[in-house]
Write a protein that binds this ligand. Structure first.
Ligand code: GNR
Ligand code: NI
Length: 167
């Protein structure tokens, strides 16, 4: 297993739309394992392949907070959305920024596992929010895109300045 580097906003590679996974081989398993290791190391509760510059539709999540419930979703697709929820979100690709976003509170989704098995599940609360946040990444979208233009431009300037100072 290996740690992968996480891209930071406003890197244009975060805007690339990921392609569906069609080959379920050992390399895919390694990608899932590396993503889980990178997510736990960060630490975060989710990671999309886009964030490590791999433009395939792969997501890992663990909302347990004690690292006891690793999940992975290949080619995830939301089937139904119900209710509304406002939650303060953060993102490993937008470090130090936390803002409230409104999303569906309950979803059902179709996805595949690392062996290619087709599965469906229902999710609510934090897990539902996290799945929507990660699928947005696969489509080149960030949570800051939901904020006002003023907030977006302040966030972009703050992160650009931090990256300049970090060299
Ligand atoms: O670690 C993360 N926490 C989080 C909190 C609220 C809503 C979404 C998230 S996902 C984020 C990790 C991340 O950037 N995933 O893409
Ligand atoms: Ni994120």
């Amino acid at each position: 297993m290996a740690l992968r580097q996480i891209l930071h906003h406003p890197d244009p590679r975060l805007r690339v739309k990921a392609e569906p996974v069609t080959v379920f081989d050992a390399d895919l398993g390694t990608l899932v394992d590396d993503m889980l290791e990178t997510m736990y190391d960060a630490p975060g509760i989710g990671l999309a392949a886009t964030q490590i510059n791999v433009h395939q539709r792969v997501v890992v999540i663990d909302v347990s907070r004690d690292g006891s419930a690793p999940m992975h979703f290949i080619n995830p697709r939301i089937l139904t959305r119900d209710g509304e929820e406002e939650m303060e979100e953060g993102c490993l690709s937008v470090p130090g920024i936390f803002e409230t976003v409104r999303r569906a509170d309950r979803i059902t989704l179709a996805y595949q596992d690392r062996d290619g098995n087709a599965l469906e599940m229902a999710a609510d609360g934090l897990l539902a929010v996290c799945i929507q946040h990660e699928i947005d990444h696969l489509d080149g979208k960030l949570f800051v895109d939901y904020l006002s233009q003023l907030k977006q431009s302040r966030i972009r300037k703050k992160l650009e300045k931090e990256q300049r100072l970090a060299g």
